[in-house]
Structures are given as structure tokens and as C-alpha cells.
Design a protein. Structure first.
Length: 95
């Protein structure tokens, strides 16, 4: 097999040219529509992930803030209990 004997045979189609064009255009349109739906779905999912991530971060920040506030209030409560005990023992003391 030498390089000079590579002659390609052209295919001869039985269906008319306008039918082939119609079929290929329809196939292309179907592919494009499918691609666009895929892109829309991808965008919707990305937005959902972004929203959920943002929401989780917000709740985590809020939980941390409330935990800090709880510790502060617990310390304040303990200090007030100690003052109350001192006042119960000797009501003449002014704190």
C-alpha cells in the first residue's frame, strides 16, 4: 500500500439534499436546545449551592454570637448570685 493509492470514494446518498439539510438542521436544533437546558440547570444548581452555603455561614455566625452572649450572661448571672448571697448574709452592706 503506497501513498498514491489512497483515493476516497464519495458516498452517494439516496435521500434528496433538502431532506438531508432538514434532518441535520433539526438534529442541530435539538442538540442546542438540550445544551441550553443543561446550562440552565447547571446555573440553577450553582445558585442553590451558593444560597445554601451563604445560609449555613449565616447560621453558624449567629450560633457563635449567641454562644458568646450565653457565656457573658452566665458569668453575669453568677456574679449577681454571689452579690445576692453577700446581701442575704449582711443586708447592711452596700455593693
Amino acid at each position: 500500500m503506497d501513498g498514491s493509492s489512497t483515493v476516497r470514494k464519495l458516498r452517494v446518498y439516496k435521500s434528496p439534499r433538502h431532506v438531508q439539510v432538514w434532518f441535520l438542521e433539526r438534529s442541530r436544533k435539538t442538540w442546542k436546545d438540550k445544551y441550553m437546558l443543561s446550562k440552565q440547570s447547571e446555573k440553577r444548581l450553582q445558585n442553590g449551592v451558593r444560597d445554601v452555603t451563604k445560609s449555613r455561614q449565616k447560621w453558624a455566625d449567629q450560633a457563635r454570637a449567641l454562644q458568646t452572649q450565653l457565656k457573658q450572661l452566665a458569668a453575669e448571672n453568677e456574679a449577681l448570685k454571689q452579690k445576692l448571697e453577700v446581701l442575704k448574709k449582711d443586708p447592711r452592706i452596700v455593693l
